[in-house]
Write a protein that binds this ligand. Sequence first.
Ligand code: F6P
Length: 345
Amino acid sequence: MSVFGVLTGGGDCPGLNAAIRAIVRGSIAQGHTVVGIRQGWRGLAEPDVVPLDRRAVAGILPRGGTILGSSGWNPFREAGGIEGLTETTRALEIAGVVAIGGEGTLGVAHLLHTELDYPVVGIPKTIDNDLAGTDVTIGFDTAVHICTEAIDRLHTTAESHNRVMVVEVMGRNTGWIAAASGISGGADVILVPELPTAIEDVCDRLRQRHADGKDFSIVVVAEGYPLTRRSGEQQGPVVQDVDTYGYARLGGIGRVVAEEITRETGYETRVTVLGHVQRGGTPTARDRFLATRLGLRAAELAAAGSWGRMAAVRGMEIVDVSLEEATRERRSVPPAWIAASGIVE
Ligand code: F6P
């Protein structure tokens, strides 16, 4: 019988609790015990650990957020971080850790495994859906659902007032949420970092809609979109500051795009920044189902001592891939999605 640790790192998302529950139940079924590590990697270095039995995870399946708390604390950047982490692992006789995270958290997991032979497996989560090695990440479906509902709501008020509604969504450096929710909500323009449409083309499309008698429009813009001109000149994306993993914190491009549209077309324009609403609340059934299946696979990987792997999705199947593959590069929106969103004429 072994003791496994589980942690959630980086930005939270709906579905994390479903994954924690599955890891606990899956591990117990195989005769192991689980401890929860609080606040991401920090809880291992500055020990903050709670026992997780079946009772501790009862009722958490539909709850958003994470019962363990989360942080972007990085042991490679903090003095004594690695020493603390290895000491706690030894002292609590933790046989291995299941890290539920995105690029940053799993990047740390990969480094720990390759540099220190640390026993860790990963589970992919991020509303951004930008992790390689898996078709989809926990949280993405719920975020797309929330954004699509917002776009539907904005449609009716846009129509009443003949306005252009600019909706800024998250996604960091990729446009997965913008493309999926924009397509699902029937947005008229979708702006993503992968293939940034020139603002002049955006304005032409809005004028064309007016000429066709449609004097309202919905523009969905990913926070990572750089304002782009036909000349090829680019501004942005708009950066607020830098987070603990060293990634730029984005936000604000919606206002810039709206100002450009108003100046160019004279149309009345409003901006909605969906922000952290996209990460809050109850997970969709699809995210609960995904998180449960990934959690169970991670428990199997841990029980088998298959360290350095990440539970992942390929088509309809749950598979596992190396953490190296998962963190090697960021996954962009495929060209077919971009074509489907009408970005390419
Ligand atoms: O990675 C998830 C995400 O929500 C991104 O889409 C967004 O850019 C970022 O996290 C926001 O980070 P924070 O919660 O630190 O403001």
